[in-house]
Design a protein around this ligand. Structure first.
Ligand code: SF4
Ligand code: F3S
Length: 112
């Protein structure tokens, strides 16, 4: 089992999640974070920290595709271990629907 980040993170990147992860298994894209499923120890402490509720266990319906995407991107994006400022439009984009279709990019973030 693992936890995953879904499209609710896109254009937000609040990064409260990275502060609490005991194994530093978050990876940063240009406008989204992902969790490496092989590194996550299922502690669950990140889930309630995410303002848009983008973090879910892989037991949720529909999570399979997110596990695959999180794994694929975690292997190419840089590790992030410290909190950053949220993206400039984070609060405005927080409750927007279909952010994957509108904004998803495979571009890597800067990491830290
Ligand atoms: Fe890290 Fe725990 Fe969240 Fe997995 S469930 S990403 S180990 S904080
Ligand atoms: Fe994204 Fe939520 Fe973390 S918005 S960066 S998964 S706190």
């Amino acid at each position: 089992m693992t936890y995953i980040v879904n499209d609710k993170c896109i254009m937000c990147k609040y990064t409260d999640c990275v502060e609490v992860c005991p194994v530093d298994c978050f990876y940063e894209g240009e406008n989204m974070l992902v969790i490496h499923p092989d590194e996550c120890i299922d502690c669950g402490v990140c889930e309630p920290e995410c303002p848009p509720e983008a973090i879910l266990p892989d037991t949720e319906p529909g999570a399979e595709a997110w596990v695959s995407l999180n794994k694929e991107l975690a292997e190419i994006w840089p590790n992030i271990t410290q909190r950053l400022d949220p993206m400039p439009q984070a609060d405005a984009k927080r409750d927007e629907q279909n952010k994957f279709e509108a904004y998803f990019t495979r571009a890597a973030g800067a990491g830290n």
